[in-house]
Write a protein that binds this ligand. Structure first.
Ligand SMILES: NC(=O)c1ccc[n+]([C@@H]2O[C@H](COP(=O)([O-])OP(=O)(O)OC[C@H]3O[C@@H](n4cnc5c(N)ncnc54)[C@H](OP(=O)(O)O)[C@@H]3O)[C@@H](O)[C@H]2O)c1
Length: 262
């Protein structure tokens, strides 16, 4: 039996880290890419101590905004494990602030990380998937891709971009036997809000929150089932339904939730 290989961007923390652990427990070889080498090394040590993990781990320090660095990471993955079957394009960063007054460097970081970074991952991994005779791309988008959301517009639009990309890419790559899954993640307990750029602080304490391990297990299940889209829980399905049926009310609720807090 061939051991499958997964390449995960943003594996040093949060959802990416838990997803790396979940794939390792499921018997995959794992390559984790992120900027913080020390966190990746700690992850590698944890994977090495997992009784269920039979695959290897490759840590690659790099920035998804740098196309060459992502290409090199994919090359090193194939060099170490002989193939590359699954990409989890997860690295991302949030932003809270108005479109007009926001620091341009912050907006640029969001666009380059959440859009360019996903494109770089796809373009780096697909050639190896084609050589392997197929593969699977899982794109970490967000439920906010589906609702018009003020005060985090650039972040929400970056997620709408990758969700749209997932749908088109699925058609482009179907003849290569490469599946594409759009992961519409809802609020998850990670350092996302701490790392979020921009001046506006939000009080999100009233919102239901998932564990990153729960999201990770669902991502591994999606790698097996290869659905077109994953919505992780009932609350998020209701948000989607509300966005489709009563978009005006949902937009008002979103505006209240993302408004600056005193
Ligand atoms: N948490 C939520 O509520 C939530 C909801 C919906 C969607 N999401 C999405 O889930 C994904 C993961 O977020 P999270 O909640 O796990 O946040 P997190 O805890 O802040 O983790 C973000 C990860 O992305 C990596 N990263 C950020 N910029 C990078 C860059 N330029 N190059 C390489 N890696 C980079 C970080 O690693 P380094 O800093 O080491 O580079 C880290 O591993 C994101 O795409 C986010 O938009 C999260």
């Amino acid at each position: 039996m061939t051991t499958p290989v997964v390449f995960i961007t943003g594996a040093s923390g949060g959802i990416g880290r838990e997803t790396a652990l979940a794939f390792a427990r499921a018997g995959y070889h794992v390559c984790g890419l992120a900027r913080r080498q020390d966190q990746l090394e700690a992850l590698g040590a944890e994977i090495a101590n997992l009784p269920q993990a039979h695959g290897g781990f490759l840590a690659v320090a790099g920035d998804v905004r740098d196309a060459g660095a992502v290409q090199e990471a994919a090359r090193r993955t194939v060099g170490k494990f002989g193939r590359l079957d699954v990409l989890v394009a997860n690295a991302g960063i949030g932003h809270s602030g108005t479109v007009v007054e926001a620091d341009w460097e912050d907006l640029r970081t969001v666009i380059e990380t959440n859009i360019d970074g996903v494109l770089h991952g796809i373009r780096a991994c697909v050639p190896a998937m084609r050589r392997a005779g197929g593969g699977h791309i899982l794109i970490v988008s967000s439920i906010v891709a589906t609702v018009h959301t003020p005060y985090t517009a650039t972040y929400a639009a970056s997620k709408a971009f990758v969700s749209s990309l997932a749908g088109s890419l699925r058609l482009e790559l179907e003849d290569d036997k490469i599946q594409v899954t759009d992961l519409l993640v809802g609020r998850t307990h990670t350092d996302f809000n701490v790392n979020r750029l921009g001046p506006i602080k939000r009080d999100t304490s009233g919102l239901p929150t998932m564990g990153a391990d729960q999201v990770a297990e669902a991502i591994v299940a999606a790698a097996r089932g290869r659905p077109r889209r994953v919505v992780f829980r009932l609350f998020d399905r209701l948000v989607l339904l509300g966005g489709a049926l009563v978009p005006g009310i949902m937009a008002r609720l979103a505006k209240r939730q993302y408004q600056p807090q005193d």
